[in-house]
Design a protein around this ligand. Structure first.
Ligand code: ADP
Length: 477
């Protein structure tokens, strides 16, 4: 089998490799992907550092052309790349193709942004002096990504980093190197000068750690677990480095008595269970007022009965497998914790066997949960959702905000008054009215508050806040 190698200083290198396994069919090896070392990482950082002066001064047209070419190729290959994504991560083929299209759109967006780089010219408070405010790139950016969005998250970090003139050392998650390899290959062939984008696949504790320990990495953008995020933060402070973290969520969706039941059920089923609940924006707490509670639980349970859990590539599958054995164990451990805490298992909770061997778990719904239970406070990152019964809107809002996280929050209501109040008073970075908490646009800011995020927002024009540093220049006329 061919080994998909790391890209360091414009050369494909590496002979040790790890198997990329399909979670829908564990007999299938998606490919062999290089296992980078600390030495590889050091070389990649040195290459990115050497490439920075020229790339940071490259013309905006060159950046535009390369980003646009990448976006176009990803779109042209959406079905093939989508299938690769579904095979390595386990989300369904339509979801995987949708994510691939989004990655393409992100490259197209930042291709446009490259042509819109601008500063400000303003008069000084002193006569005969002019002031210019410009944005400079940071330098070498370390990109560390998780497994749940194997193409979109790399795209939304790589595209702005290049757009604003930075060079990159990119480490994808161990479980999903294939889509990352594909987009690096696309950008390399699109004409990026050597060393501008370096790919080092491998272990977090080896490759990731070598990035954290390097004084030559000027910024790290990280999406992953809270624990690793804290390590990124501590190491970055040590090196006086800029950092941006996207971590967990325990996103609430409030359902009020006056909600449109169909809208509420669709939003809850989508947010809680699609992509196997493995989205940081998934809603895992459904906070439901008394008047609609029983009707809502009955309708949601009915909906869950219709959802097909099976091989991600099989037509008709609604929910693919859990990503790997470790995550499956986390999910089943939390199901046991929920039972022991006294929540009522209203649906699911069991492992399922399918034609192909994979990590299949029924969508799982707990009712009679309280907001203090561990299943309501800790991120599970699987298809496990709890329903918390509350008396009224005020209690619902307080419960929604009573969490260490603050990424996304939703409300299902037909009341303009409550929708407006919730938008203003939710302590989340993103608020959804009558929509799933997951599923966001690519051209507007993404990010959260409290324990979910740290640093500037990602995506859209707000991405410039992280990937550039502002310079103020004064000139005597
Ligand atoms: P998850 O539990 O969802 O896999 P992690 O935070 O462990 O979340 O992983 C997110 C990313 O962080 C992955 O690319 C992983 O390899 C990387 N990572 C893990 N440990 C470290 C570390 N010590 N230093 C830097 N990166 C790490």
């Amino acid at each position: 089998m061919t080994i998909y190698q790391n890209l360091i200083a414009g050369e494909w290198v590496g002979s040790d490799a790890t198997k990329n396994i399909n979670p829908s069919d564990t007999n299938e090896v998606v490919g062999l992907y290089a296992d980078g070392t600390a030495e590889d990482t050091k070389n990649a950082i040195a290459a990115a550092k050497a490439a920075f002066p020229a790339w940071s001064r490259s013309g905006i047209w060159e950046r535009h052309v390369i980003l646009k070419k990448a976006g176009d190729e990803i779109m042209a290959r959406k079905d093939e790349l989508g299938a690769l994504l579904a095979r390595e991560e386990g989300k369904t083929l339509p979801e995987a193709i949708g994510e691939t299209i989004r990655a393409s759109q992100i490259f197209e967006f930042f291709a446009g942004e490259a042509l819109r780089l601008a500063g400000e010219v303003i008069p000084s408070v002193r006569p005969n002096i002019g002031v210019e405010i410009t944005r400079d790139p940071l330098g070498v950016i370390g990109i560390i990504t998780p497994w749940n969005f194997p193409i979109a998250i790399p795209a939304w970090k790589i595209a702005p980093a290049l757009c604003y003139g930075n060079t990159i050392v990119f480490k994808p998650a161990e479980l999903v190197p294939a889509c990352s390899w594909a987009i690096v290959d696309i950008l390399h062939r699109a004409g990026l000068p050597k060393g501008v984008l370096n790919l080092v696949m491998g272990k977090g504790s080896v490759v990731g750690q070598a990035m954290l320990d390097s004084p030559d990495v000027a910024g790290i953008t990280f999406t992953g677990s809270t624990g690793t995020g804290r390590r990124v933060a501590a190491a970055s402070i040590e090196h006086n480095r800029k950092f941006q973290l996207e971590m967990g969520g325990k996103n609430p969706m409030v359902v009020l008595d006056d909600a449109d039941l169909t809208v509420a059920v669709e939003a809850a089923a989508n947010s809680g269970f699609f992509s196997t609940g493995q989205r940081c924006t998934a809603s895992s707490r459904l906070i439901v007022t008394e008047g609609i509670h029983d009707k809502f639980v009955a309708a949601l349970t009915q909906k869950l009965e219709t959802l097909v859990v099976d091989n991600a590539l099989k037509p008709g599958t609604h929910i693919g497998p859990v990503v790997d054995e470790k995550q499956l164990k986390t999910d089943t451990d939390y199901i046991e914790i929920g039972r022991q805490e006294g929540a009522k298992l209203a649906f699911g909770g069991e492992l399922i066997t399918r034609e192909t061997p994979g990590f299949y778990l029924q969508p799982t719904l707990f009712t009679e949960a309280t907001n203090q239970m561990r299943i309501s406070r800790e991120e599970i990152f699987g298809p496990v959702v709890s329903v918390i019964r509350v008396k009224d809107y005020e209690e619902a809002l307080a419960t929604a905000n009573d969490t260490p996280f603050g990424l996304s929050a939703g409300i299902a209501t037909t009341s303009l008054k409550h929708a407006t109040h919730f938008k203003r008073n939710s302590e989340a970075g993103m608020v959804m009215v009558n929509l799933p908490t997951a599923g966001v646009d690519f051209h507007v800011p993404f990010g959260g508050r409290k324990g979910s995020s740290y640093g500037p927002r990602e995506q859209g024009k707000y991405a410039a806040e992280f990937y550039t540093t502002v310079k103020t220049a004064y000139t005597l006329a």
